[in-house]
Design a protein around this ligand. Structure first.
Ligand SMILES: CC(=O)N[C@H]1[C@@H](OP(=O)(O)OP(=O)(O)OC[C@H]2O[C@@H](n3ccc(=O)[nH]c3=O)[C@H](O)[C@@H]2O)O[C@H](CO)[C@@H](O)[C@@H]1O
Length: 395
C-alpha cells in the first residue's frame, strides 16, 4: 500500500497510458484537468514507441514519467509483467491521488493492477464497452472487463456502456455517462489541422502529399486493419477486396496506412504490393500516418473501412461513414445511429457493400447525416469536473 509523504493537494492525478489510441483520447483530459486546477502528470508506459512521440509533440504533452520497456519477446504476459513491475515503481515515486487509465490495452490493465496493489483509486475512461465475446477483440475484451472490477470512477461514453456496467453490478453512483473523449480529440485535432493548412504547413508526409492534388473530385476510401483476430486470413481478404474495388471502380482512390506489425504489414504488402500500374497508381500504401494526416484522410474520404475502435468514433465525429471490418463491435451505437455497418472481412461482402454505396450517393449521404452517438466534444471537461469535486471532498 502507498504511504504518501506529501499532502493530498500536491499529489498528482496520473494519466497512465502508452499506445496511440490511448494518447489521442487522453490528451483532451490532460488539458481539461489542468484547466480545472488539478495537479496532473502523464506516465508513458512505452507500449508504443515512435508513434507515441509524434503524438506528444502534436498535443504539446511532456510525459513526467517514462517507462523504458526492454521486451525480450512478443508475449502479452511478458509485456504485462514488465509494465506491472515498472509502473509500480513510478506510482510509488509519484504518489498519485488517483490513476486514470483508458480503454482496454495491456497498458490499461497493467496500470490498473499497479494502482490497485498500491490502493490508489482508479478512474477508467471509456468504461463499459463490451462485445461479450472474449476472443473478439482479444485481449481487449477481458482487459476492459477486468479493469472495471478494479476502478472507482467509471466514465462511460454512451448510455449503453453505462448499462453494461450496471448489469455487472457496479453502483450507479460510480458510473458517469460523459461521452467519448475521442470526439474532443477529433474536433480539436481538426482545428489544429486547419491551422496547419492555413499556415501552408505540410500535413501529409512528403511521399504521399501528391494525394491532395491527385484526388480532385474522386472518391477516396481510407482503410486500416490491425486487430489481432484479423491477422492472417482476415487482413488478406480485406486486401483482396481493396484490389477488386480498385479494378471495378476506375475513379476510386484508396489510402491504407499499414500498421507496423509484421503480422499485418507482410500480408498487406504481399497482396497489394504488385498490383498492375492502373490499379497501383490509385492505391496509397504507407506507414502509419500521424494523427493530423489521418484526420485529413478521414475528412476527405467517402468511406472508412476499418477494424479500429477509434476510427469508428472519429468517423462518426467527422461525418465519414464507417464499414467495420469485424464480426462484432463494442460500439453498437455507430450501427444503431446509421453512421456505420458491420461488414466483417469477407472479400465478396466488402466489395458488394462498397459498390452499392458508391452507386447510391443518397445512401452514403444518409450515413453522413446520422447523429454522432459518441458525444459533443465536451467529455474531458465533464470528467475533470467529477474528479475536481470528488478529490476536493477527499482532500
Ligand atoms: C477494438 C478495440 O478494442 N479497440 C481499442 C483500442 O483502440 P483502437 O482499435 O482504436 O486502436 P488503433 O491502433 O486503431 O488507434 C486508433 C487511433 O489511431 C489513429 N490512427 C490510426 C491509423 C494511423 O495511421 N494513424 C493514426 O493516427 C486513429 O485516428 C485513432 O485515433 O484501444 C483503445 C484505447 O484503449 C480503445 O479505445 C479501443 O476500444
Amino acid at each position: 500500500m502507498l504511504a504518501p509523504t506529501r499532502p493530498d493537494a500536491a499529489r498528482p492525478v496520473l494519466i497512465s497510458v502508452g499506445t496511440r489510441p490511448e494518447i489521442i483520447k487522453m490528451a483532451p483530459l490532460y488539458d481539461a484537468l489542468r484547466a480545472a486546477g488539478l495537479p496532473v502528470a502523464w506516465v508513458h508506459t512505452g507500449q508504443h514507441g515512435d508513434m507515441a512521440e509524434t503524438l506528444y509533440e502534436f498535443f504539446g504533452i511532456a510525459p513526467a514519467y517514462r517507462v523504458t520497456l526492454e521486451r525480450r519477446n512478443g508475449r502479452l504476459a511478458h509485456l504485462n509483467s514488465l509494465l506491472l513491475e515498472q509502473l509500480t515503481e513510478v506510482f510509488e515515486s509519484a504518489q498519485p491521488q488517483a490513476v486514470l487509465v483508458h480503454g482496454d490495452t495491456t497498458s490499461t490493465w497493467a496500470s490498473a493492477q499497479a494502482a490497485f496493489y498500491l490502493d490508489v483509486p482508479i478512474g477508467h475512461v471509456e468504461a463499459g464497452l463490451r462485445t461479450f465475446n472474449a476472443r473478439e477483440p482479444f485481449p481487449e475484451e477481458k482487459n476492459r472487463e477486468l479493469t472495471a472490477r478494479l476502478a472507482h470512477w467509471h466514465f462511460s461514453p454512451t448510455p449503453g456502456a453505462a448499462a453494461n456496467l450496471r448489469a455487472e453490478g457496479i453502483a450507479t453512483a460510480q458510473i458517469h455517462m460523459v461521452g467519448n473523449t475521442a470526439v474532443d480529440a477529433a474536433l480539436g485535432g481538426c482545428d489544429r489541422l486547419g491551422a496547419l493548412l492555413d499556415q501552408g504547413r505540410p500535413v501529409l508526409p512528403p511521399d504521399i502529399d501528391g494525394l491532395r492534388t491527385q484526388l480532385g473530385g474522386r472518391p477516396l476510401v481510407t482503410v486500416t486493419a490491425h486487430r489481432r483476430e484479423n491477422w492472417g486470413d482476415g487482413i488478406r481478404d480485406v486486401a483482396r477486396a481493396v484490389a477488386q474495388l480498385l479494378a471495378q471502380h476506375p475513379e476510386l482512390m484508396v489510402v491504407w496506412p499499414v500498421h507496423g506489425n509484421p503480422a499485418v504489414a507482410d500480408t498487406v504488402r504481399g497482396e497489394l504490393g504488385q498490383l498492375p500500374p492502373p490499379l497501383a497508381s490509385r492505391l496509397t500504401l504507407c506507414p502509419p500516418l500521424d494523427y493530423p494526416a489521418l484526420l485529413w484522410c478521414l475528412r476527405h474520404s467517402v468511406l472508412a473501412l476499418t477494424d479500429s475502435g477509434g476510427i469508428q468514433e472519429e468517423g462518426a465525429a467527422l461525418s465519414t461513414p464507417v464499414l467495420v471490418l469485424r464480426n462484432t463491435t463494442e460500439r453498437p451505437e455507430l450501427i444503431e445511429a446509421g453512421a456505420g455497418e458491420l461488414v466483417g472481412t469477407d472479400t465478396a461482402r466488402i466489395v458488394a457493400r462498397v459498390g452499392q454505396l458508391l452507386a447510391k450517393p443518397a445512401a452514403l449521404q444518409r450515413m453522413r447525416d446520422a447523429v454522432n452517438p459518441f458525444g459533443d466534444g465536451r467529455t474531458a471537461a465533464r470528467i475533470a469536473e467529477v474528479l475536481r469535486q470528488d478529490l476536493a471532498v477527499a482532500a
